[in-house]
Design a protein. Sequence first.
Length: 117
Amino acid sequence: QLVESGGGLAQPGGSLRLSCAAPGRNLWNYAIGWFRQAPGKEREMVSCISSSGGYTQYGDFVQGRFTVSRDNVEGTGHLQLANLKPEDSGIYYCAADGLCSNWMEDWGPGISVTVSS
């Protein structure tokens, strides 16, 4: 089971930092993906980072605003959200598996991100 933290309310143009952890285990040898789902829309990949951190990918809509990272000592993953837009609002999920994909095996329950003035 994964757990997300760091969500909440931000103003347009603001920032949030999401974190992903797996209580009781270290995620050092897993790729960590970030997904989001807005009301009435399908879930989409936001970003993913390989287990080594040497490979990252982002959804086209990110346009340089978000940064994915990981700390393999702590065994955690992070997603820095910047220059947030109202359309970035939704439930953000982290996921882990051997490789980045849209069908990763382990998922967190999700955390809400709301961008509003």
